[in-house]
Design a protein. Structure first.
Length: 324
């Protein structure tokens, strides 16, 4: 049977580029005479039947906007069998042939269970700043978050070098160090602490001490949230207890997630949004559409969140060498 009606939602933490992805899905679908219906606030939209038809102009002027015009949420009810039953009723009521979900790990997990248990055609797009989904080199939103964080690090560097002060800057990433590594390399950090590698507090203290002795004007340590040694405040206090050096902590938080998506995020979102519709027209579902080495790849939902995407160890090594 031909795909005639696609539903779309964004779920989990918003990521810059989600709007560009919505636009890509809508414009591609309309080109092929497929109607598109947006569900508001993630999977909750399926539960509450908050549905709007999206036409060509609904997605005008959004490619450059951060956040998501559909709103997003982390839905606890959707995780239950009853919640999914309710969602399935909405799918049937509006004759939705296939659903496109844009989000991170939790979104793909939900999509997998829902599609399997209720036999619904669902396809995913990777939308998270964390870049922690297996099945794509880069997730939509990652590049913008890295650039947002980098801008902040550059500004802090001015203060750090003027006052010759030690800074600990905490970046997002939940349990993954992708943002930390990218920001650390691009921002010339003195060290980067990420959840994927053990943090040696004594060695870090020694290194900072040596840097100060050598006359380094500023020392910036990037701390990925989720580091096993603690958050930036805890780690800073531990270092202070060893070397008694004055320091400041900056937690970048949500400024990383907002704002206009970079060109890279808009381009990735547009390519993946186009590919997901073409895939659904060929009845390819139960998977997330990503890009690996410039090729569009369809990865079964389960793999996207059960397989761990590995950090590039070379980047870690390079940061250490450059900071010697
Ligand atoms: O997954 C994106 C993310 O920004 C993570 O980096 C962060 O740990 C988390 O979301 C914060 O979630 P919330 O906005 O729900 O507090």
């Amino acid at each position: 049977m031909k795909t005639k009606r696609i539903g779309i939602l964004t779920s989990g933490g918003d990521a810059p580029g989600m709007n560009a992805a919505i636009r890509a899905v809508v414009r591609t679908a309309l080109h092929y005479q497929i109607k598109v219906f947006g569900f508001k606030h993630g999977y909750n939209g399926l539960l509450n039947k908050t549905i709007i038809e999206l036409n060509h102009s609904s997605v005008a002027n959004i490619i450059q906007r951060g956040g998501t015009i559909l709103g997003t949420a982390r839905s606890a009810e959707f995780k239950t069998h009853k919640g999914m039953e309710k969602a399935k009723k909405t799918i049937d009521k509006y004759n939705i042939d296939a659903l496109v979900v844009i989000g991170g790990e939790g979104t793909m997990r939900g999509a997998h269970e829902f599609s399997k248990k209720f036999n619904v055609d669902v396809a995913g797009l990777p939308g998270t700043i964390d870049n922690d989904l297996f099945g794509t080199d880069i997730t939509i939103g990652f590049d913008t978050a890295v650039n947002n964080a980098l801008e902040a690090v550059d500004r802090i560097r001015d203060t750090a070098s003027s006052l010759e002060r030690l800074f600990f800057i905490e970046v997002m990433g939940r349990c993954a160090g992708f943002i930390g590594l990218a920001v650390g390399l691009a921002g010339g950090a003195e060290d980067v602490l990420i959840p994927e590698t053990p943090t040696d507090i004594k060695a870090l203290a020694k290194k900072i001490n040596n840097n100060i002795k050598k006359g380094k004007l500023s020392n910036i340590v990037i701390v990925s949230e989720g580091d096993e040694a603690g958050n930036a405040f805890t780690i800073a206090a531990k270092i202070k207890s060893i070397i008694n050096e004055d320091y400041r902590v900056a937690v970048l938080g949500y400024i990383q997630r907002g704002g206009a998506p970079t060109a890279n995020d808009r381009i990735l979102a547009s390519k993946l949004g186009y590919a997901v519709v073409l895939g659904l027209m060929k009845k390819i579902s139960g998977c997330m559409v990503g890009e690996i080495k410039n090729k569009i790849i369809f990865t079964p939902f389960e793999k996207t969140y059960t397989r761990k995407k590995k950090i590039d160890p070379d980047i870690y090594t390079i940061i250490k060498i450059f900071a010697e």
